[in-house]
Design a protein. Structure first.
Lengths: 463, 287
């Protein structure tokens, strides 16, 4: 008697309702020959009946499945002898409930069961069985009821198509709001945790302090656990790595986009474009160890041969590799934008005696510029949020430095280090990760909004 | 003019219905394709888009101080032929042009010839207005700038005002030269493109339906401009308006399904067409 069986049953009801609804519509119209007296095609009457049979039943099923256990637990708990719950903390009480459930399902229990617990477990099982039966009955009844309702409502004048369409629209709205609500939920939870963090650490220190050392003392006498939360070194580190990345990605990406869209013969484009896009398919963790194991030592040796002191995990190495990762991003976005400039623009320029490079410089790039800028902003927000490469190649030391040869750390790296391993969830150290995450989120969101706005403006220009 | 008969001249030969149906063989042109004082000479021009042939063995001259109008039903290849004259077809993938086209005796499809200066000499106004997404001023200044026609801002300003005036747009835009050209109405854009083309003073001007979006007054201004330009330049104009062809051109060429059916003095074409297809078209019996 599994719920999935019930789901199949409801689906069966829906198909049945579909056929019944269609038949009914045709018969109320007075036979197949008089279908044109129906407001909508018979299919819509079928769908209408199927939706009436299915939707309320499925809704009930969902609600039931969601709340059944809570209600049963509350019931079982209320029947426990009062002495058993007396003086138990909420945590201990839920542990007890868990044990009773485990006992009921025959799983391992964390204590020797008392007769009261055994009794409660038996009751739980009984209620559960009863509840499942009740759900089957209720859901089937609702499905049949819905079908009957649709059957009664079906008549030629009913606007079945309009109704079905508005229901489908409502379903689409619900699904799209799931995505929106999820985002909202994440934002709210991050915001909430950040508030808690800012109650312990002043925002002034966080945003303007230059010392980052998030180890809070577990014991009062611990040394070196000052717990300083000045995030400026993280921000500058992030900025430096991203700037180096953009320094690599923008020229290379833009040039290759111009070459591919304007100069490359068709044959070259056919293999060069996919090859470039392979770069985008390389997992970032691979870039990460490429940066840490190949590029960083190489830069270090190069620097040493020139008498420079290069850290083994330098901002330069991380930035360079991140730049390579972002190249396809910049190039494919710019290429799309350049291709979107209508051929008529090029023709107009050529017809005035302009060369190809003049046309590119004076017509195509200016026309595509807003879109290109938008693409670059998207790439920047990608760089700022990139984690794996910097975790492996940029280092952990929160240095406040402008020297790309030194090791720096970034916001994302710190979030990772703050949250990996066992953590208490109410220490300032852990909550600092949320504050960092919030900052990151706000910055990338702003960049994305600006970028999308620019790109959209640009698209409008040619529509 | 048509007394000197060269290889191209009048070959009266009834088109057989079998030929009409097959649509393969090119039809021979009726009338004199030559011009007494030619600037551009096209001989046996074929144009292919991939494997389909859009222009079939067309020969036509465009003379000095002459306006040649090209008429014919939609899709018959007027734009395609026009685009051959300044090698604009080079920009279309898979487009192939054979035959010979010369400008002042020089083969413009010669391997060694650079199409860039050619296009400065043979300007073109496109069927669809295509202003650059720049200001009105910059749209017109574009050509003179890249060709280095002016030495000072004042000279450039003069050229721009002159071109806009000739295109009949000056009064409408003189207060908003710095506004984007793409923000103009369709007809204004069309005139902006005309102004842009004449700003570089090309010697031959190709106009593809330059008045298709214009009201009668603006059309009259453009026709006046064409007449004025004729004293120095050569002009080929594609138009769907028979009246316009009659008003502005000295010679008229009638195209039909990629063939040049008939060429002649405009008067003669409109009053006394020799070919049945031409007659059908100008009397409105076509399709
Ligand atoms: N870029 C192209 N690729 C393939 N075929 C084309 C292309 N441009 C035009 N053609 C074809 O060539 C033929 C002639 O087209 P063209 O644009 O020259 O006609 P037109 O006489 O200018 O017509 P209209 O009066 O409608 O502008 C048409 O059959 C058209 O489908
Ligand atoms: Mg055309």
């Amino acid at each position: 008697m599994h719920t999935s069986t019930l789901l199949i049953l409801v689906l069966a009801f829906m198909s049945l309702a579909y056929y019944v609804g269609r038949k009914r519509a045709i018969s109320t119209a007075g036979g197949v020959t008089r279908i044109n007296t129906l407001h909508s095609l018979p299919v819509y009457y079928g769908l209408y009946a199927a939706l009436w049979a299915g939707l309320p039943a499925l809704l009930l099923m969902g609600l039931w499945a969601g709340f059944q256990d809570d209600i049963l637990v509350a019931l079982v708990k209320s029947e426990l002898p009062a002495t058993m719950l007396d003086g138990l903390s909420p945590g201990a009480a839920s542990l007890l409930v868990n044990d009773i459930k485990n006992l009921a399902s025959g799983a391992i229990v964390s204590r020797t069961p008392t007769p009261e617990m055994q009794l409660a477990a038996d009751r739980y099982n009984l209620y559960n069985q009863f509840a499942v039966w009740a759900m089957w009955l209720a859901v089937s009844a609702l499905a049949l009821g819905g079908m009957a309702f649709a059957w009664l409502r079906t008549q030629p004048k009913m606007r079945a198509r309009n109704r079905v369409e508005s229901i489908f629209m409502a379903i689409l709205v619900i699904f799209s709001s799931i995505a929106i609500l999820t985002t909202l939920g994440i934002v709210l939870s991050v915001l909430f945790e950040s508030m808690r963090f800012f109650q312990e650490v002043s925002p002034l220190e966080f945003f303007f302090g230059t010392l980052w050392s998030p180890q809070t003392a577990l014991r009062a006498d611990q040394i070196g656990a000052s717990g300083a939360f000045g995030a400026v070194p993280l921000f500058t580190g992030t900025l430096m790595v991203s700037a180096i990345a953009m320094f690599v990605a923008v020229p290379i990406g833009l040039m290759s986009a111009i070459y591919l869209s304007e100069y490359a013969p068709r044959k070259v484009r056919a293999w060069a474009k996919p090859t470039l896009e392979v770069l985008a398919g390389v997992p970032t963790v691979v870039y990460g160890f490429f940066a840490a194991l190949t590029v960083a030592p190489f830069i270090r040796e190069l620097g040493m041969s020139m008498g420079l002191n290069v850290a083994s995990e330098s901002a330069l190495a991380a930035g360079l590799v991140m730049g390579i990762m972002i190249i396809p991003f910049v190039s494919s976005l710019s290429e799309d934008v350049i291709n979107a400039v209508p051929q008529a623009m090029r023709d107009g320029s050529y017809a005035l005696g302009a060369t190809q490079s003049e046309t590119i410089r004076r017509v195509i790039i200016p026309a595509a510029l807003p879109g290109i800028v938008g693409g670059i902003l998207l790439a920047v927000s990608r760089a700022i949020g990139e984690t794996m490469i910097v975790v492996m190649a940029a280092g952990l030391a929160a240095n406040l430095t402008a020297n790309p040869l030194e090791s720096v750390t970034t916001v994302t790296v710190q979030i990772v280090t703050l949250l990996t391993g066992d953590q208490e969830f109410d220490s300032a150290k852990t909550m600092a990760a949320f504050a960092l995450g919030l900052t990151l989120f706000v910055v990338t969101l702003t960049l994305n909004v600006i970028a999308l706005h620019i790109v959209r403006k640009y698209r409008e220009q040619y529509e | 003019m048509s007394t000197t008969l060269d290889e191209m001249t009048v070959r009266t030969r009834a088109t057989t219905s079998a030929e009409l149906a097959s649509g393969r063989e090119s039809r021979e042109t009726v009338g004199d394709v030559t011009s007494a004082n030619p600037r551009m000479v096209c001989r046996h021009v074929d144009v292919f888009y991939g494997s389909t042939q859009a222009i079939k063995d067309v020969s036509l001259d465009i003379g000095k101080n002459e306006v040649v109008s090209m008429i014919g039903p939609s899709g018959c290849g007027k734009s395609t032929f026009l685009r051959c004259l300044n090698r604009m077809n080079d920009t279309i993938d898979g487009c192939r042009v054979t035959g010979s086209i010369t400008l002042d005796g020089l083969d413009i499809y010669d391997k060694g010839l650079d199409p860039v200066p050619l296009r400065a000499q043979v300007g073109m106004v496109f069927q669809k207005p295509n202003p650059f997404p720049k200001s009105i001023y910059e749209n017109v200044a574009y050509g003179p700038r890249i060709l280095g026609l002016t030495n000072s801002k004042a000279e450039l300003d003069d050229i721009i005002e002159g071109s806009l005036r000739k295109a009949g747009l000056w009064n409408e835009v003189k207060d908003r030269l710095d506004k984007p050209g793409t923000g103009l109405s369709g007809g204004q854009q069309q005139r902006l493109c005309i102004a842009r083309t004449i700003a570089v003073s090309p010697e031959v001007i190709l106009m593809d339906e330059p008045c298709s979006a214009l009201d009668p007054i603006a059309t009259a201004i453009i026709e006046e401009l064409i007449d004025e330009l004729r004293s120095n330049y050569s002009i080929a104009i594609v138009t769907h308006s028979m009246q316009q062809a009659a008003r502005v051109s000295q010679r008229t060429a009638y195209f039909h399904l990629g063939d040049l059916i008939e060429v002649g003095e405009t008067n003669q074409i409109f009053t006394n067409p020799k070919h049945k297809l031409t007659e059908d078209y100008i009397t409105g019996r076509f399709g």
